[in-house]
Design a protein around this ligand. Structure first.
Ligand code: SF4
Ligand code: SF4
Ligand code: SF4
Length: 362
């Protein structure tokens, strides 16, 4: 089956997924200021039956790369070690972690994971603990141990008004540890107060480009890679998940096209409170991945994302007063769901994916 979108323009629906982001749990041992989890009504852990089914379906679809990430802390899952060794048999396995409860799981991580992204915003203990509520020295010891074990460690950092000026120090700290790359992203604020922490959008924040330039020069001169997001909404649209043939799966088995719309939560986009609704095309307890991936709704959705077939809320003069864009359920062109205000689509927000790893290695 092929889908005809616009006169003469064909989008093949024959592509298969290459990368899967699996949320083992949406629970976490921390309670960071930047976290979406405050909005969750339900939380839990993926069970073994579902996990085994997911692995078998991913293998059947030819997926090569699996990420343990999502909206919780993967190492917090009681079966993290068992699940890791199961998944690494058939897939290149990658991890996104806060790094705070690795402890005895160090051997498991070094044996099973290809890439490990540790999330932190600063190497200054006070700044770090202001965001993460954890002691930096303890995290520092863990990251050192991971590097010593030969794990390919990357740093994943959300840029905040409170911490971005310390980015050069973070680069120095990472370089001393032998880390080869830092992926930086902007923030999706999850409260009105956190809106004040964002560094991008319609109003430019002083010094950001100077700090980014200094950090980039420092990284490059230390043989490191620093990937930076865009600080304005680019007019071209490119989804790192859909373009990367990725999908994401919640701990309950819902299949979503991305991490942005993995769950329901509230976010503040350009000062306006919006309801992000989960985008899901089916649940793996009820249907096969093949059925979900090739369902007409999902194929059309991927085609629309690739064609940028959504209105552009970010530069729309009606944005502030527009009721339709208070949620991603609809947009003013009649799409449902919609990607019209997604910050990933415009390059201001990014997260660890295969595409990011290729950027860090290039
Ligand atoms: S470590 Fe990640 S999942 Fe856990 S509270 Fe912090 S931001 Fe949320
Ligand atoms: S939904 Fe349409 S009218 Fe509303 S802000 Fe977005 S582009 Fe503008
Ligand atoms: S554009 Fe945004 S909402 Fe749409 S699929 Fe990509 S990440 Fe998800």
């Amino acid at each position: 089956m092929r889908i005809r979108i616009k006169g003469g323009y064909f989008i093949p629906d024959l592509e298969t997924p290459k990368e899967a982001h699996i949320e083992l749990t949406n629970e976490c041992n921390l309670n960071c200021t930047i976290c979406y989890r405050r909005w969750f009504e339900r939380s839990g852990f993926m069970d073994s039956n579902l996990f085994e089914k997911i692995l078998s379906e991913l293998k059947d679809m030819g997926v090569k790369s699996v990420w343990f990430d999502g909206f919780g802390e993967p190492t917090f899952h009681p079966k993290f070690e068992e699940f890791s060794s199961m998944a690494s048999r058939d897939f290149e396995l990658n991890l996104v972690t806060n790094g705070t409860i690795i402890g005895s799981k160090l051997r498991c991580i070094s044996e099973n994971f290809k890439n490990v992204f540790v999330s932190l915003e600063a190497s200054d203990p006070l700044l770090y603990s202001r965001v993460r509520g954890f002691e930096f020295e303890r995290l520092n010891d863990t990251v050192r141990s991971l590097v010593k074990e030969g794990v390919r460690v990357w740093i994943s950092t959300v840029l905040l008004k409170d911490t971005y000026e310390a980015l050069p120090s973070l680069v120095r700290w990472a370089s001393e540890l032998g880390i080869k790359g830092i992926l930086t992203s902007n923030l999706i604020p999850t409260s009105e107060k956190m809106s004040e922490e964002k560094l991008y959008g319609r109003v430019e924040v002083d010094h950001v480009s100077d700090v980014m330039r200094e950090s980039w020069i420092l990284a490059t001169s230390n043989n490191m890679k620093l990937l930076a997001p865009s600080f304005y909404y680019r007019s071209d649209r490119w989804c790192p998940f859909v373009e990367g043939d990725s999908l994401a799966i919640t701990y309950e088995g819902d299949v979503s096209p991305c991490l942005f719309a993995l769950h329901d939560y509230r976010a503040w986009i350009e000062g306006k409170e919006v309801q992000v609704r989960q985008i899901s095309f089916g649940n793996l307890r009820e249907r096969s991945l093949r059925e979900i991936w090739f369902s007409e709704d999902y194929v059309i959705f991927r085609s629309f994302v690739k064609l940028s077939n959504y209105p552009s809320c970010h530069d729309c003069p009606a944005w502030e007063g527009c009721g339709i864009s208070e949620s991603n359920e609809y947009d003013c062109w009649g799409n449902s769901p919609s990607c019209s205000f997604c910050p990933y689509y415009r390059g201001v927000v990014r997260c660890p994916t295969g595409h990011a790893v290729r950027g860090l290695l290039s």
